[in-house]
Design a protein around this ligand. Structure first.
Ligand SMILES: *Cc1c(COP(=O)(O)O)cnc(C)c1O
Length: 363
């Protein structure tokens, strides 16, 4: 026995499972396991990143004003109420650290993103999971799950790994029905993929109890750089800025993200390509007997008859150099989450699943 022990809750954290990135003996690996943008970031972002290399001797600005202004201009938001973080994961961490501690509850739904649980435990709080309805967030269950101890409610919209979404009207209704001591966090990691959707920004503006988180890791193709942001009422921003490290984002990260958000031509193209090939792949797999819910994100959740079949298909895809995500850890053991790539990637997936199905039928 050692006298040195971590804070309560820390040892209950199960390490985050990231998407597989290599396949044994495969050279032409297609990585569709982490919802990355296979087309990469905007060329403008890459240029900005390279140019920033010359200034690496200088600390980054602590106010992050250039990036916040760019985000504000593009999304028509008040830069004063934006906070930037090392991925939106860091914004989630700040929220838990600032608002939830020992004895407090952090609520999310049964197939909710795994970082909510990890960040709640890291803050010493108690994670609480409530049911979804057919893989869709259920606002009645969330309201019913709130207690005096609830401090934060996290929902992703569209959600990962389910790909489903609730309406803005439902999000508003949920915000309205939560007890006054609860903050609703709308995780908009996939908001950019939904045409005309503001990620819940209008709800943040109308209320005191709602925060929106966003990321450069998905549509903007900057997952390797680690940049995300949050939009919140001023009082909450003032709290989060106290726990944010003054230099949390590096000079190249700030520069590349600013260039990326300003290149909406590139973002529009990525959004349109994703929508096109997402529909194509969903239909191709459905025709093979592998349905999925209508996705609003950059992945589909392919549903197999059983866990055994899902795992067998995953194993087969690996032999073809295709990496997708098992989601048994999310309570979806008969599903595989597949990121939408370009035309060639989607065709390769459909072809491989067809082969898997054929092999299953013949032998
Ligand atoms: C990918 C993802 C994030 C965060 O990603 P960052 O890279 O930390 O910005 C947050 N929420 C959900 C639901 C995600 O899928």
């Amino acid at each position: 026995m050692t006298a040195i022990t971590p804070q309560s809750g820390i040892m209950d954290i199960k390490l985050y499972q990231s998407g597989a990135s290599g396949a044994e003996g495969q050279s032409n690996v297609l990585k569709l396991s982490s919802n990355e943008n296979l087309a990469g970031p905007s060329p403008e972002a890459i240029d900005a990143y390279s140019r920033a290399g010359r200034g690496l001797n200088i600390y980054p600005p602590t106010d992050q004003i250039a990036l916040r202004t760019a985000i504000g201009e593009v999304h028509d938001l008040d830069p004063e109420r934006i906070i930037c973080g090392v991925g939106s994961d860091e914004i989630i961490t700040f929220l838990c650290q600032a608002y939830a501690g020992i004895g407090d509850e952090v609520l999310f739904t049964e197939h909710g993103f795994s970082m909510y649980r990890i960040s709640a435990l890291a803050a010493g709080a108690t994670p609480v999971e409530v049911a979804e309805r057919d893989r869709v967030v259920d606002i009645d269950a969330i309201v019913a799950g709130c207690t005096d101890k609830t401090r934060l409610v996290f929902i992703a919209n569209p959600a990962n790994p389910t790909s489903t979404m609730i309406s803005v009207a439902q999000m508003s209704e949920l915000a309205e029905r939560l007890p006054p001591h609860v903050i609703l966090v709308l995780d908009g990691a996939y908001a950019e993929f939904v045409d005309g959707y503001d990620g819940g920004a209008s709800i943040v503006e109308a209320r005191e109890n709602v925060v929106m988180t966003r990321t450069f890791s998905k549509l903007y193709g900057l997952g390797g750089l680690r940049v995300g942001w949050g939009y919140a009422p001023q009082a909450i921003i003032d709290v989060l800025n106290r726990v944010r490290g003054p230099f949390n984002l590096s000079v190249p990260a700030l520069a590349a993200a600013e260039a990326a958000v300003r290149d909406q031509t590139y973002a529009d193209k990525c959004r349109a390509d994703n929508a096109r090939w997402r529909t194509w792949l969903a239909e191709a797999l459905a025709a093979l007997g592998v349905p999925s819910d209508t996705s609003l994100a950059n992945f589909i959740l392919a549903r197999f008859a059983t866990k055994v079949e899902a795992n067998a298909c995953d194993d087969f895809l690996k032999t073809q150099g295709i990496l997708v995500r098992r989601v048994g850890g999310y309570g979806l053991p008969n599903c595989l989450r597949i990121t939408i790539g370009d035309e060639a990637a989607c065709k390769r997936v459909a072809h491989a699943v067809a082969q898997f199905k054929e092999d299953g039928e013949t032998g």
